[in-house]
Design a protein around this ligand. Structure first.
Ligand code: EPU
Length: 456
């Protein structure tokens, strides 16, 4: 592992972990060493919401120290849930016994840049008979409608009223089991159904559900609480409602998005990174692509080591719902593909606007052309979606330093990795967004030998 390379001009990166917004990054050095990943952002935040459904205190372990967790914690607290840090770092105790309705303004003020508030609906309807949805945040990577959520809540018997403040949802006659089929296997809407159906009267059948590992982990949490949920073939989930749930004790599934991000950082910078806590099973699809692009990995009991096997090779990738190649993996992969020999194509089929981050890579010297309505390609595995886009990357191209602004979470991480791959100095602004999903980013970069200062 390399020694720390921070210049002495500014405060230490670790000291600025919670507030730094602008980085001066001097790239061109491999990132090498070991980093640990904690629980998945996309499970921890939902499991925290699930605690509202229990009659006793829940304990969640390996919760990452990211701002999305902070937003959900604040929202739980305004609803009267007592959230206490456990002795072990990353442990939260969540006591819902004092849960109360919150005012719209309070919810709005704590909603922040997160999409999780929408998942409070089912639990709050069961607990208090009403829920509000504020203006939802999250990354600007497309329209991000909530129609599947609202249609599902209506199917359970909820009444949805839109007002100038936002959306008010009530359940005057309680919530009952429903038969629901999604037009697309949405992660969030599947979680909405799970968190609502577990306490509804009767049985719910959800067809075309999302089956991401984080959803399976949420189902495990709910089962620990007393829920009866069967995952059946062909994306069907059946939930038998119960009248009472209790608290859980659960260790979050690891964050496979963060693990894939560090793997791509090793590829892009020609480094060698051991990702502690990463597991093979949930990353099979990623690991196949990683190998095809010229990566080498070694699976250990406590993590996975990633580096290049030789020169990087081009690939054709289509993002998809699980078990496909995740949409959250394409951004750091594209940074590595700028260094591959030949033409790569990435088809984005999940979101309609998730290549905005490539503009900064082009500014740094990458040869990337985005096709806003996608491109036809023979042998596609994923059927074309109306929404899709394609990025064609020709490499290898040397990257040079630039002044760039982070647009969203995954794109932002990719900008940091691109700046570390580039020769010369880059200024990367708005890095606070990256804290939504990457715990202790500055500390981890320092551990891996990155040469940067926090300058604002
Ligand atoms: N969609 C609708 N209507 C809806 C809901 C979704 O049309 O009511 C569409 C979306 O517009 C999109 C597609 O369905 O085109 C998939 O969206 P999905 O609901 O699956 O995404 P999400 O639940 O909003 C979660 C993660 C995302 C991740 C996606 C896909 C969380 C908090 N977010 O979003 O994570 O990309 O699933 O796996 O779990 C990230 O971590 O950076 C991130 C964006």
């Amino acid at each position: 592992m390399k020694t720390l390379l921070n210049s002495s001009t500014g405060p230490s990166p670790a000291a600025n972990e919670a507030s730094g917004e602008t980085l001066a990054i001097r790239g061109g050095q491999p990132l090498s060493g070991r980093v640990e990943v904690k629980g998945a952002k996309n499970l921890a935040t939902k499991a925290m919401v699930a605690a509202l459904l229990g009659e006793t205190t829940s304990t969640l372990r390996d919760v990452p120290g990211i701002s999305d967790v902070g937003v959900v914690r604040s929202l739980l607290e305004v609803h009267g849930v007592r959230v206490v840090d456990g002795e072990e770092e990353g442990t939260l105790h969540l006591d819902p016994s004092g849960a109360v309705s919150a005012h719209f303004e309070e919810i709005d003020a704590h909603a922040g840049a997160s999409r999780i508030p929408i998942l409070f609906c089912g639990p709050l309807l069961h607990l208090l008979g009403q829920a509000y949805i504020p203006d939802l945040g999250g990354c600007r990577i497309g329209d991000r409608p909530i129609n599947f959520h609202m249609d599902a809540l209506r199917a359970f018997g909820a009444v949805v009223e839109k007002s100038y403040e936002g959306i008010r949802i009530t359940a005057p006659d309680g919530l009952h089991g429903a038969s629901i089929e999604f037009p697309y296997p949405s992660v969030g809407a599947t979680e909405q159904v799970l968190l609502t159906a577990v306490r509804a009267t009767g049985t719910t059948e959800l067809r075309n559900a999302a089956i991401e590992p984080e959803i399976m982990d949420l189902i495990a949490v709910l089962q620990k609480m007393g829920a009866i949920i069967s995952v059946e073939p062909n994306r069907t989930i059946v939930i038998e409602g119960v009248s009472k749930l209790w608290g859980y004790d659960h260790r979050c599934i690891f964050d496979r998005n963060e693990a894939a991000s560090w793997a791509c950082a090793a590829l892009a910078t020609d480094g060698d990174i051991f990702v502690g806590g990463a597991r093979q099973q949930e990353m099979l699809t990623f690991l196949n692509v990683f190998r095809k692009v010229g990566g080498w990995f070694d699976v250990h009991e406590d993590g996975i080591q990633f580096r290049r096997a030789g020169a990087l090779k081009p690939v054709v990738v289509e993002t998809d719902v699980h078990p496909g190649f995740m949409t959250d993996w394409q951004q750091p992969l594209i940074v590595a593909l700028t260094q591959a020999h030949g033409e790569s194509v990435v088809h984005e089929t999940v979101y309609e606007n998730r290549f905005g981050f490539t503009q900064a890579l082009v500014k740094m010297g990458a040869d990337i052309v985005v096709h806003p309505t996608g491109i036809d390609a023979p042998g596609r595995r994923v059927p074309r979606r109306a929404l899709e886009q394609a990025a064609v990357i020709n490499g290898p191209t040397p990257l040079g330093g630039a002044d760039i602004i982070v647009p969203d979470l995954r794109g932002g991480y990719s900008h940091v990795i691109a700046a570390l791959t580039a020769e010369g100095e880059s200024t990367v602004r708005n890095v606070g967004i990256i804290r939504r999903g990457y715990e202790k980013l500055f500390t981890k970069l320092t551990t891996l030998g990155a040469d940067f200062d926090v300058i604002g």
